[in-house]
Design a protein. Structure first.
Lengths: 757, 85, 235
């Protein structure tokens, strides 16, 4: 088959502009071959090159005592003590999940699992952050709302099933995450998948093609024409033609991935592996040039040796294929047989397809004839970097006067509305489809502030959480990013974990719009500030731009995946009240922070600004809570966030473990309007419960840390009863509220429908 | 030569998938559908060295022993002679 | 006494089961690769949960042809104790060691959550430490756990007291709401006529330590260990 001629149209269809093409010619000193053009186009795509985000990402703190591996490898790695290390990372699969929700989400999970086990770690926990458009008509703003809501439900069904089927079959527990909703996600669903793996500190593997002459071994699934140009797809906006891009979506095989995991860990343990990397976005291309690039070597591949699933594949197709469940291994020259035997035992393909060279080039041959020859550096370090224009939005007008009904009846109505809103309602419809217990390490299951897994044969465990808040980040990206990091830390602390480090997934609209780049830049600034304040470095992550369809972009949605250490697994706490007759204590203070609150969103009132965060006060509250947990003084701890104290209290009353609910009787005091006392989202607040005998100690610890602690009331009874300065405002039966909270999402999702468009 | 194998649930076995599809089809507004049963379909390519009778016998065995579970499923084999090499 | 945990390609509860046998009840245990066809070293064989060979055709459909399953059949026919958990139960049904089949859950979704099961009989090596009517809180995690068999088989199972566990509520009442997957007669676990082969959908190995929110499931493993100790004494 003859390669097409390199024309301006062909160049443009590869997503390369004129300057970029000129740069290619300059870098290689000639007109590229068709295969080379394809290789450049994927490596220089936004997805692989980070060309729009690089200049900003440099501002994030990436170093810390615990960091063993920062950004730049397949995953970040932290030291968790006792000779153990944890590798973790989050990655987006937004665009594929919009085109084909089931496979898009499934292969997203598959990809992040490989990123973890390619470092030598066994994946032990997964989480995901999902954003969808509204599920029901009443929440939708658009005219064709019923159709849109039906499609949103269909996308959510597909995504949840895709995440579940892949992780369940692979055998990694999906221990937590978040599911959020908003109009802007209707045609831009976000699927961000996180995985954490455990390894011995002295057995870390890197994606490096070291040792000239060493064999390059292809292992795993055969190569087909799946996902060719997936990486460039993730770097383009969607339009109505996107449906026709369906063929580029990859299909996942979790069974094969499970075998790949076992086989890879086995050859790693044997010590036969020099370097290893998964073939993710941009497949064989990125794995081979990145492995060569990191080691300062070159990689030469004989393309016909690559195992192929389809016939008559061209070098272009083979180099760009994104077939799943494949890895590239550079092995010790003398131990090839051993490597091949292990893969044979697991009934997987393993073929030597090339070798490591000293020339720093990625060279692809077909029938001994060179079809592509590019310096690694041209594809990686010399990829274009853009400092795209930034423009702040127009100064917002004065905050609109909010006219709210302060009557107890209206407040109770708001409370009921919030508890059943998809934002707050139980996500059990989602997480019951995920195996969250396999590996028998899950100590705190989905539904509490953070998930906690034990590390077998040690006293320790790991707490982890995914957090985002697009409401805040849209209103003020910098302050919003700080609030998100603070909440992630607070969630870990509430479960008994000390925050160590984080990974981020930065979901934004088109970077070519200056207002989006402003949001991005501000987000990085805010995140960096908060990371410094909490001493939680960023160990890696992912940027997903172009989340927009038909010119409509998403809110800035940075997602934080935070990991913390639990030193003593006997000191793990969940958010739920455990017993009657316990003191309920609020750590921190409530201010009039209704701006960008869920309450205003649910009742459809506009606002400007976000809640005020004082990083040092936040740290003090967290230290206080952690001390109380470590001293065994409190039975529950729950972060106050979406929906304020009122919702936080309700969430303390019923547990996702379906234990019997516990009522509460509390009085909120102060000068603030009732609506703020109930629903304000002031950060730096935690609700804890304690036995009476421990109350003095609890209050003393707070005092010593300079944290205001107020006794709100007591647990017990069959009702949630809230008074304000002694006046009754909310008095509802717990089981009634629990029912509304539990049933909300499943009622919406179980509406029979096959409509997909 | 190609053989087609259809595996269906026995009539006595409840098929919740078929039921859900039936319900949805009605909900979308299609009329006159009284039942939907979901099954599996296999295309089996057979070596040209077997005679049609041998091929059918071999595929029947595969259908019975592997592709279906006699406790819950029935199967039917069709031999496609048009694809005979 | 020695336990063996079979590892099929795609098994993923093999390590969990091994952990419970070795660390919780403290008995010797080996992994057994699916190609192994000799089980003479073992006193009890466990087929763990997972997705053997991917379970793409039907759950357990391919696993039953593996070499180890021929050995398991022989082992069972000589009275050896065999426990199939989740995917292991599905494989035992496909292999004909237990009657019936496990269909797609009635709500068509994978379900992972804690359920209650009621012990229907203590007359098995797996439940001898239990009380009849006792409820155990044990998780399920499956997409195909909807037990089905024909009328005649069901009659037989009832008559011969071979339904070992039924899904119930926390008080031990058998209700439609407590049945998580549509199983016939709320069946969660059954045994063979000789009572040495048990299959159940719930995962007792996930509920065998206090830290994992329930330790109710370990009574099954303790019962097994007691049985094996008795057998060892007798021989």
């Amino acid at each position: 088959m003859k390669d097409p001629e390199i024309t301006p149209e062909l160049i443009a269809s590869h997503g390369l502009n004129q300057e970029e093409y000129a740069r290619i010619i300059q870098l290689i000193g000639r007109i590229p071959t068709f295969t080379e053009l394809g290789i450049f186009s994927v490596m220089w795509s936004e997805h692989c090159s980070y060309k729009s985000s690089k200049v900003h990402l440099r501002r994030l703190p990436t170093k810390g005592d615990c960091v063993l591996q920062g950004p730049g490898e397949n995953a970040g790695i932290i030291d968790i003590g006792g000779g153990l290390a944890a590798a973790f990372k989050i990655e987006s699969h937004n665009h594929p999940s919009f085109i084909e929700p089931y496979q898009g989400a499934a292969t997203g999970v598959g990809g992040i699992l490989r990123d973890i086990f390619t470092m030598g770690a066994r994946p032990v926990a997964a989480m995901n952050s999902l954003h969808f458009g509204p599920l029901s008509v009443s929440d939708c703003a658009a005219a064709d709302e019923a159709v849109i809501a039906a499609r949103n439900r269909s996308i959510m069904r597909g995504v949840v099933k895709g995440v579940g089927d892949y992780g369940n079959s692979f055998g990694v527990p999906t221990v937590g995450g978040e599911v959020k909703f908003g109009d802007c996600y209707s045609k831009n669903p976000l699927v961000n998948a996180f995985t954490l793996g455990l390894m011995r500190k002295d057995q870390i593997f890197y994606g490096r093609a070291a040792g000239v002459g060493n064999p390059v071994i292809y292992v795993g699934a055969k190569t087909g024409r799946d996902g060719i140009h997936g990486a460039t797809m993730a770097s383009e906006e969607f339009d109505d033609q996107s449906q026709s891009k369906r063929p580029t979506v990859q299909v996942g095989d979790p069974f094969l991935e499970k075998l790949l995991l076992e086989a890879c860990l086995e050859v790693m343990r044997a010590g036969a592996v020099v370097g290893i990397q998964d073939m993710g976005a941009a497949g064989l291309t990125s794995s081979s040039c990145e492995m060569g690039g990191r080691a300062g070597t070159g990689v030469e591949i004989e393309i016909d040796l690559v195992p192929q699933r389809e016939t008559r594949m061209t070098p272009y197709e083979i180099m760009l294929s994104e077939s799943q469940e494949r890895m590239l291994i550079v092995a010790d020259a003398g131990r090839v047989r051993e490597v091949l035997d292990v893969f044979k035992k697991w009934e997987l393909d393993a073929v030597v397809i090339g070798h490591v060279t000293s020339d720093g080039l990625l060279r692809v041959k077909k029938n001994s004839k060179v079809v592509a020859e590019i310096p690694n550096a041209a594809l990686t370090d010399s990829a274009p970097v853009y400092n795209r224009p930034i423009a702040a939005p127009d100064a917002s007008s004065a905050p609109p006067a909010i006219d709210l009904d302060p009557s107890p009846a209206a407040l109770e109505q708001s409370f009921r509305q919030l508890i059943a809103s998809p934002a707050i309602a139980s996500k059990e419809w989602v997480y019951e489809q995920y195996d969250h217990m396999v590996r028998t390490n899950t100590v705190v299951m989905p539904g509490s502030d953070a998930a906690v897994i034990r590390i077998k044969e040690t006293r320790r465990g790991l707490a982890m959480t995914l957090d985002s808040n697009a409401r805040y980040c849209n209103a003020d990206p910098r302050a919003g990013a700080r609030l998100v990091v603070a909440e992630a830390c607070r969630n870990l602390v509430c479960s008994g974990g000390r925050p160590l480090a984080l990974t981020n997934c930065l979901n934004f609209a088109s970077p070519e719009r200056p207002k989006v780049m402003y949001q991005f830049s501000e987000t990085i600034t805010g995140m960096a500030e908060a990371c410094e304040a909490f001493s939680t470095p960023v160990t890696g992550g992912n940027v997903s731009f172009y989340n927009e369809t038909e010119g409509r972009g998403i809110f800035p949605t940075p997602v934080i995946g935070m990991v913390g250490i639990v030193e003593d697994m006997h000191r793990v706490t969940t958010q739920w009240f455990k017993n009657d007759d316990r003191a309920i204590v609020l750590l921190g203070e409530t201010h009039n922070d209704l701006a960008a609150s869920l309450h205003l969103e649910v009742i459809g009132k506009p606002s400007t600004g976000v809640p005020m965060l004082d990083l040092s006060r936040e740290r003090a509250v967290q230290e206080t809570c952690l001390k109380m947990i470590q001293d065994g003084l409190i039975e529950s701890a729950h972060d106050c966030s979406d929906g304020g104290i009122a919702i936080a209290l309700a969430e303390c009353c019923f547990s996702s473990y379906r234990r019997d609910s516990v009522g509460c009787d509390v009085d909120l005091t102060g000068e603030l309007p009732a609506i703020a006392l109930l629903f304000s989202e002031s950060p730096s607040r935690i609700i804890v419960s304690a036995e009476s005998q421990n109350l003095d100690r609890v209050l003393e610890i707070a005092r010593n840390n300079g944290v205001i602690a107020s006794v709100l009331g007591r647990t017990g009874g069959k009702s949630i009863r809230i008074t304000i300065n002694g006046d009754p405002v909310i008095d509802v039966l717990v089981h009634e509220i629990e029912q509304a909270w539990r049933a909300s999402i499943s009622c919406l999702m179980e509406v029979p429908s096959l409509a997909t468009t | 030569m190609k053989a087609r194998v259809y595996v269906t649930l026995k009539p006595s076995v409840l098929d919740p998938q078929g039921k859900a599809i039936h319900h949805a089809v009605e909900g979308i507004g299609y009329h006159g559908i009284t039942d939907v049963r979901q099954g599996k379909y296999f295309e089996v390519a057979v070596d040209g060295s077997l005679s049609p009778d041998e091929a059918r016998a071999e595929v029947e065995r595969i259908a019975r022993d592997v592709l279906s579970n006699p406790v819950i499923e029935d199967y039917r084999v069709e031999l496609d002679s048009s694809t005979e090499a | 006494m020695k336990f063996g945990v079979v590892v099929f390609p795609g098994s993923n509860c093999d390590h969990d089961t091994y952990h419970v046998i070795s660390k919780v009840i403290g008995q010797p245990v080996d992994f057994i690769w699916h190609r192994q066809d000799n089980l003479s070293d073992y006193d009890a064989i466990i087929l763990p949960g997972g997705f053997a060979y991917g379970d793409y055709l039907r759950t357990g459909a391919i696993a039953r042809f593996s070499p180890v399953m021929g050995a398991v059949k022989q082992f069972a026919s000589r009275g050896g104790i065999v426990l199939g958990i989740c995917n292991g139960f599905q494989i035992l049904c496909e292999a004909g060691l237990l009657p019936g089949a496990l269909l797609r859950n009635d709500k068509l979704k994978f379900v992972c959550k804690h359920v209650n099961i009621r012990v229907e009989t203590t007359d098995t090596p797996f439940t001898l430490r239990c009380q009849r009517g006792q409820t155990l809180s044990v998780p399920i995690a499956h997409g195909d756990g909807n037990y089905f068999c024909d009328e005649q088989t069901l009659d037989e199972l009832r008559r011969e007291n071979r339904i070992i566990f039924r899904y119930s509520d926390a008080r031990g009442l058998i209700t439609p709401e407590a049945n998580p997957n549509g199983s016939l007669d709320s069946i969660a676990g059954i045994c063979n006529r000789e009572r040495n082969v048990l299959g159940l959908m719930p995962h007792p190995e996930r509920a065998s330590e206090e830290i994992l929110s329930s330790a109710d499931g370990r009574i099954i493993f303790y019962s097994l260990a007691d049985t094996l100790a008795e057998l060892a004494k007798a021989s």
